[in-house]
Design a protein around this ligand. Structure first.
Ligand SMILES: *[C@@H]1O[C@H](CO)[C@@H](O)[C@H](O)[C@H]1NC(C)=O
Ligand SMILES: *[C@@H]1O[C@H](CO)[C@@H](O)[C@H](O)[C@H]1NC(C)=O
Ligand SMILES: *[C@@H]1O[C@H](CO)[C@@H](O)[C@H](O)[C@H]1NC(C)=O
Ligand SMILES: *[C@@H]1O[C@H](CO)[C@@H](O)[C@H](O)[C@H]1NC(C)=O
Ligand SMILES: *[C@@H]1O[C@H](CO)[C@@H](O)[C@H](O)[C@H]1NC(C)=O
Ligand SMILES: *[C@@H]1O[C@H](CO)[C@@H](O)[C@H](O)[C@H]1NC(C)=O
Ligand SMILES: *[C@@H]1O[C@H](CO)[C@@H](O)[C@H](O)[C@H]1NC(C)=O
Ligand SMILES: *[C@@H]1O[C@H](CO)[C@@H](O)[C@H](O)[C@H]1NC(C)=O
Ligand SMILES: *[C@@H]1O[C@H](CO)[C@@H](O)[C@H](O)[C@H]1NC(C)=O
Ligand SMILES: *[C@@H]1O[C@H](CO)[C@@H](O)[C@H](O)[C@H]1NC(C)=O
Ligand SMILES: *[C@@H]1O[C@H](CO)[C@@H](O)[C@H](O)[C@H]1NC(C)=O
Length: 746
């Protein structure tokens, strides 16, 4: 059970993403029929219970036809196409008025009544054909209106194909806001002068451009049976955007979309923001466009970000990376610029000399496993050299991150037996191992084949090898001998905080005091990463499943696969947005600017979960409660805090502490990063809260040790180290990671 943490969170998340992806694919509401015959039915339209946003958006799919036909609401207007740009195409027939030598032979007028959606005044034309014809379109717009056109001709030779200017064919526009109309026809001489080539008059509303007049139509009797497409404008509700936004529960525009007032009639429409595409009426319906794949705008490296993209050049190249710009060209090497390269080169030299064991191991590894040689080379190109340098420095300093042999780990895990798996996820699999000296360890086996995995692995080793804090999970060593990189951690026995808080089957409830202690410890670990570690580290994926509990219920922050080292001269860095739904800092999501405050936000969500006992995101909750942090803030605004606090920890003694912690959590999830407290402030406020009122621990007996910071100076062996070198592995290596985005749904 214990280390399932490392990956357990990924599994349900991935499932949710898959669901989202299928929702989006059909554009229909999840669980709803997305097609009727070959008509796609995007939400807000729908057929079936709960699939339409309101009754005007109901589609009747009549399967007695083959293929099935779709009708608007429960009426008889057949729907041909629905566009998310706010229009739909229906079809209807023409009015006709026919004569024979003895006078009138047949007459049929046409009426349409629409419940809500007006006829588009820009996309349709009222059209009449005939050579002795007055055509009227009449209707009600609150007041009665009537418009129309007339067309006369005496000889087909006068008629011009394709021209509806009054000879044989006429057209006129219809007014705005028309929801019902009738077409009627009149004739001056009962077609008596033109009977031999034009016995009938026809009148119809038709989509602009969908009808081409031709002389032959004047004599064509089949027109009375023809149908013509008409465009209707649809809108949501009868309010303006401004009014609608005041009722967020009913507001139809979802994430990454914007609202526009309708042009024809009341109501509004939603549209995905620039850089996004999809269905703005569905939850997570607007998906990021991967401009890098679509436009290929860069000659250098292209970075897709939510809603945008940018170009950059690889290490050692300069220029803007744009195809239309300067592109990338090799950097002119000056003395100062070559410095980091020199350091690396020196590092290799030093490590090769001083760490005979290590290099001979690499040598043997390469020799023994010719098949894996290519992978080894890749690995080295991707930072293996740097990693080796780091590790060998630690060795010099006397504190070795142990290099395990493949054989050793194979034995420890019983040849990676399935029964030893404690976690599985996108990055790889975690096994429980028992070393020959009896120690339990957790072994993380990355998935092979993907460069980004190797880079993530290096990243984690570099981050973890620099920190030694009692609330951070300890990296014991690694194994580079196998094709697949292996990381060996201390084994944290008591599983994840998520498991303890949210697993219904878990018998005991963690007391508020225990929760506060765990929160304080996690905050201290993050505060340490942000301010005491050098260079500072942003965790990027703070959440309940990444906080482990050991046998004494001491919190240990884990999973540094996504973490970033921050160059000391930069307060913020631009990155691909990465993180977990529900914990992701919205400011970071929108700007891609990563700062320490993003961790503060995620920590705020963790604190809210501890306070409420609710999950950060849950699709089982009603829509406005799905995102816990938003819900929590709205509840606090309404001063209903006690309604949302976990009833299991609410009592008279804890109430003041709970209130203060809630206020702190609320500050942590402020939308603007700069308004959030620093992790250091958070840690000290939590510590302050704890000391104001000390209770004996609730169910679990939690010893309260003095926290001890041990900053391990990994560069402390006399070599000065230019921090930027490590970032060639850090930031740029992240580009291939799966960004925060709907999996595979691009
Ligand atoms: C749908 O069916 C109609 C007639 O059966 C056809 O004209 C039209 O091209 C089809 N549309 C699509 C998208 O297949
Ligand atoms: C969808 O349309 C049906 C039929 O008009 C209606 O009964 C139902 O209430 C509508 N759904 C919603 C959510 O308004
Ligand atoms: C489907 O169409 C047939 C033929 O027009 C009609 O008899 C039937 O009532 C329709 N069914 C529905 C559910 O509207
Ligand atoms: C003209 O049409 C009417 C009505 O359909 C019919 O009764 C009459 O016989 C027709 N006359 C000729 C000459 O076809
Ligand atoms: C509109 O026309 C209908 C029938 O043609 C008539 O009953 C109604 O009174 C008219 N309304 C107005 C406002 O003139
Ligand atoms: C139409 O015009 C052509 C040539 O100008 C003439 O030959 C023909 O008789 C005319 N037809 C009628 C019905 O007037
Ligand atoms: C108009 O189109 C018809 C067929 O649609 C053709 O037979 C006729 O010759 C055309 N007339 C002119 C003047 O182009
Ligand atoms: C009408 O004619 C134009 C060119 O003259 C053509 O591009 C278009 O497809 C035609 N439309 C129909 C419905 O035939
Ligand atoms: C119109 O359709 C009906 C039946 O669908 C058919 O009996 C009639 O002959 C058609 N009329 C013309 C002018 O094609
Ligand atoms: C707007 O729509 C609501 C619900 O559909 C309805 O109750 C209300 O009367 C409408 N208001 C106007 C001004 O049409
Ligand atoms: C190249 O084109 C992109 C997008 O059109 C634009 O953002 C960028 O500024 C352009 N670069 C240059 C150097 O013109």
């Amino acid at each position: 059970m214990d280390l399932r943490c490392l990956f357990k969170q990924i599994a349900p998340f991935a499932v949710k993403l898959t669901i989202l992806a299928t929702w989006v694919a059909g554009h229909a509401k999840p669980g709803c029929q997305s097609k009727c015959g070959n008509l796609s039915i995007p939400y807000p339209f729908g057929t079936g219970n709960g699939c339409n946003i309101s009754s005007n958006f109901f589609i009747t799919c009549n399967t007695t036809f083959n293929p099935p036909k779709a009708f608007l609401t429960t009426g008889n207007l057949e729907v041909l196409y629905i566009s998310l740009d706010g229009y739909l195409r229906i079809q209807t027939g023409a009015a006709y008025d026919c004569y024979n030598s003895s006078g009138h032979s047949s007459y049929h007028s046409r009426r349409i009544r629409l419940a809500k959606f007006p006829i588009s005044h820009t996309k349709n034309k009222f059209t009449a054909i005939g050579c002795d014809t007055y055509a009227y379109v009449q209707g009600s717009l609150g007041h009665n209106y009537s418009t129309g056109c007339l067309t006369f001709c005496y000889n087909t030779t006068d008629v011009i194909n394709g021209s509806c200017s009054g000879i044989g064919c006429c057209q006129t526009v219809i007014p705005k806001g028309v929801r019902n109309y009738g077409v009627s026809l009149k004739s001056s001489y009962s077609h008596s002068y033109v009977l031999d080539f034009n016995p009938c008059s026809y009148g119809f509303v038709v989509e602009d451009g969908a009808y081409n007049f031709s002389v032959s139509h004047l004599a064509d009797n089949s027109f009375s049976n023809k149908t013509f497409p008409i465009i209707l404008d649809w809108t949501i509700g009868n309010q303006t955007c401004k009014e609608a936004k005041m009722h967020p529960l009913n507001y139809a525009c979802k994430e990454n979309s914007a609202c526009t007032d309708a042009e024809n009639g009341p109501g509004y429409l939603c549209k995905c923001l620039d850089g996004f595409q999809g269905n703005p009426y569905l939850l997570y319906g607007c998906r990021d466009i991967n401009e890098c794949d679509k436009l290929k705008p860069c000659s250098g490296t292209c970075h897709n970000t939510p809603g945008s993209y940018y170009c950059s050049c690889q290490e050692g190249f300069e220029g803007d990376g744009w195809k239309n710009g300067t592109g990338c060209r090799p950097k002119v090497v000056t003395q100062s610029q070559s410095f980091p390269v020199l350091v690396v080169a020196l590092g290799i030299g030093v490590s090769l000399l001083s760490s005979l064991l290590f290099s001979s191991w690499v040598y043997l590894g390469l020799k023994q496993r010719k098949l894996t040689k290519l992978k080894q080379q890749n690995f080295q190109q991707n930072g293996g050299i740097l990693l080796r340098e780091q590790l060998s420095k630690r060795e010099e300093c006397g504190e070795t991150a142990k290099i395990f042999t493949a054989e050793e780990l194979k034995n420890a895990t019983n040849n990676y037996h399935d029964s030893r798996i404690v976690g599985r996820g996108g990055q790889g699999t975690v096994y429980k191992g028992i070393l020959s000296d009896g120690r339990s360890v957790a072994i993380k086996k990355s998935i092979i084949g993907d460069q980004s995995q190797v880079q993530q692995f290096i990243n984690e080793v570099i981050v973890l090898s620099q920190i030694n804090h009692r609330n951070v999970v300890k990296l014991l060593g690694c194994c580079l001998e196998t094709q697949v990189p292996l990381l060996v951690y201390e084994y944290v026995r008591n599983g994840t905080l998520f498991h303890h808080l949210h697993n219904a089957a878990h018998a005991s409830v963690i007391s508020w005091e225990a929760r506060l202690k765990i929160a304080t410890e996690a905050a201290e670990a993050l505060s340490y990463l942000h301010s005491a570690a050098s260079p500072p580290i942003i965790h990027r994926d703070v959440k309940l499943t990444n906080i482990l509990l050991d046998e004494n219920y001491i919190a240990k922050v884990s999973d540094f696969g996504a973490s970033r080292l921050v160059p000391s001269n930069k307060a913020q860095i631009t990155t691909l947005v990465q993180g977990t739904l529900g914990y992701l800092d919205p400011e970071y999501f929108h700007t891609s600017q990563l700062t320490e405050k993003s961790d503060v936000y995620s920590f705020g969500v963790v604190l809210i979960e501890l306070l409420t006992g609710l999950e950060a995101i849950s699709f089982e909750r009603p829509q406005h409660e799905r995102n816990l942090s938003l819900y929590f803030v709205s509840v606090m605004k309404e001063e209903r805090l006690l309604d949302i606090i976990d009833k299991r920890v609410l009592n008279d003694k804890s109430i003041e502490q709970l209130k203060e912690a809630a206020n702190l959590a609320r500050r942590c999830v402020r939308l603007k990063g700069e308004e959030r407290p620093t992790m250091k402030e958070v840690a000290s406020e939590l510590e302050g809260l704890r000391t104001t009122q000390k209770h004996p621990w609730g169910i679990h007996d939690l010893p309260d040790e003095e926290t001890e910071y041990l900053l391990h100076d990994s560069y402390g062996c006399g070599t000065s180290y230019d921090g930027s070198t490590s970032f060639s592995v850090g930031p740029d290596s992240m580009k291939n990671q799966v960004p925060f985005d709907i999996d595979g749904a691009r």
